[in-house]
Design a protein around this ligand. Structure first.
Ligand code: TYD
Ligand code: MG
Length: 452
């Protein structure tokens, strides 16, 4: 009989009977791979286990989510107060972003009795030891297992009963029961299911590391998101040292929290006051620079935006956006042309977020516009100014959320003046030590800082 196959999207796990160029579920291109349908349950026969009958939910004693601190306050916050005992956490990120480093640091710092089992299919014991030396980790409780066969890993977990298991990475592990290659969608799902089964039954906390790659043959962490309790992504630019740990799913806490770290010579170091770092400290005040207040999770963050506008040499002007959406930049430039009469058609425009952060929030629109206008006119925006506001297609400045938090942060860091949407200003309840200027449209905003 011919083996049945299906096509699976490596990005999101969408299944289809035929190959497709573009995934209808997640819109990625060229992510479909052919996989054999696993035929584990042959002839439809299945062993029946004797199960306990259903019991009233109220008769169970809730565990009350016992949490173990990771030793890093920044990480505990993202997790909602620490690792929940017996939970399954997926940590995703691009290769080289610092997943293995951060996790090894957690292995060292984590509280509680018992051993930590670090299973690696990527690196040898010597390599991990080198990293541990670099991080100055000398911990007898960390045990290393260089293995990729899930059956052997299973046995070891069973025998050791550790307090924490690390699987580095999900794409290198395999189960013999599945015929497709390690890293395929069905393999990563199978090994996650296996690990989940043993760790849930023995209440062992587990962290699975998954690479985010554009390699067409490897399944990404997204295909596991529905199976695990918590999903964290480590983000950052490879050539910048800042790293954000972002919670995108959390069965035991709020999502969208962000922890800030910096990758230093001796590992990842927490950043407890990120705003002060993301604003370049300097004496002069060049044109094209503006400070905005963004919200990461529930935390306000002051960030500097820099724009450079210069006459295009070639007929076709260049636009580059680093850290913000390119389409948003071009849209805002069109608004500037039409509503403020700034002729950018023959200008190259470069926009950059200082520190390599990626920001995706409409509240930064006005900042982007003022930075661009400032560089175009070569007039500096005065120091001590923070700019906030979403900009609509008619040039109107629209209300944004969490204004009070952003203003508080600006005040805390010693800023003097804030340009905010008029409608937000009307609704302010508290008073601030800031000079708050409400604006209705981009022309008013430009006037407020003398760009007009
Ligand atoms: P790593 O944790 O191996 O990344 P991942 O597991 O996500 O693939 O981190 C790799 C990078 O981090 C590597 O380029 C070296 C750098 N690094 C430091 O800068 N400082 C350190 O203390 C360590 C251990 C690594
Ligand atoms: Mg690694």
């Amino acid at each position: 009989m011919k083996a049945k196959t299906i096509f699976v999207c490596n990005e999101c796990g969408y299944e289809s009977a035929k190959w497709m160029g573009k995934c209808p579920a997640c819109n990625s291109w060229n992510t479909f791979v052919e996989e054999k349908i696993s035929n584990k349950v042959e002839n439809g026969k299945k062993e029946r286990k004797i199960q306990e009958p259903p019991k009233p939910l109220n008769s169970y004693v809730g565990q009350d989510a016992k949490r173990i601190t990771t030793g890093y306050a920044e990480l505990d916050r993202v997790l909602g107060g620490g690792l929940v005992k017996g939970s399954l956490v997926l940590v995703g990120g691009e290769p080289g972003i610092g997943k293995s480093t951060l996790i090894l640091q957690i292995c060292d710092k984590i509280q509680g009795d018992g051993k930590v089992l670090y299973v690696s299919g990527e690196e040898s014991a010597e390599q991990i030891k080198l990293r541990a030396d670099r991080l100055n980790i000398k911990n007898d409780d960390i045990l290393f297992l260089g293995e990729t066969d899930i059956d052997i890993i299973d046995e070891n977990i069973e025998e050791l009963n550790p307090k924490l298991v690390i699987i580095d990475s999900m794409q290198t592990m395999y189960s013999e029961e599945i015929s497709s290659a390690p890293g395929s969608v069905s393999q990563v799902r199978e090994i996650t299911a296996r690990i989940m089964k043993i760790c849930k039954s023995k209440k062992i906390t587990t962290i699975i590391i998954g690479h985010v790659t554009k390699d067409g043959n490897i399944a990404g962490p997204r295909v596991l998101e529905h199976m695990v309790d918590t999903v964290l992504y480590i983000e950052g630019e490879r050539y910048f040292s800042y790293r954000m740990v972002r919670g995108v799913k959390n069965r035991f806490g709020s999502t969208n929290e962000v922890g800030m770290f910096e990758m230093q010579e001796n590992g990842m170091v927490e950043i407890t006051n990120p705003s002060s770092i993301l604003i370049s400290e300097r004496e002069d005040n060049p044109s094209g620079s503006v400070v905005v207040a963004t919200i990461e999770g529930t935390r306000p963050l002051l960030v500097e935006l820099q724009a450079l506008v210069s006459q295009s040499i070639f007929g076709f002007p260049r636009r580059t956006a680093n850290g913000i959406d390119y389409n948003r930049l071009t849209l805002l430039m069109a608004v500037m042309e039409k509503k403020a009469g700034l002729m950018l058609g023959n200008q190259d425009v470069y926009l950059n977020v200082v520190g390599g952060l990626k920001l995706n929030e409409p509240a930064l629109d006005l900042g982007i516009i003022l930075a661009t206008a400032s560089s175009f006119k070569n007039i500096s925006i005065p120091k001590g100014v923070v700019v906030l506001g979403e900009v609509g297609l008619t040039g109107e400045v629209r209300t944004i959320n969490m204004i009070e938090k952003r203003l508080k942060e600006a005040e805390r860091l010693g800023f003097k003046k804030c340009i905010i949407p008029e409608n937000n200003k009307k609704l302010l309840k508290e008073s601030y030590k800031l000079d708050i200027i409400g604006v209705k449209n981009i022309n008013e905003a430009m006037k407020a800082i003398e760009l007009r």
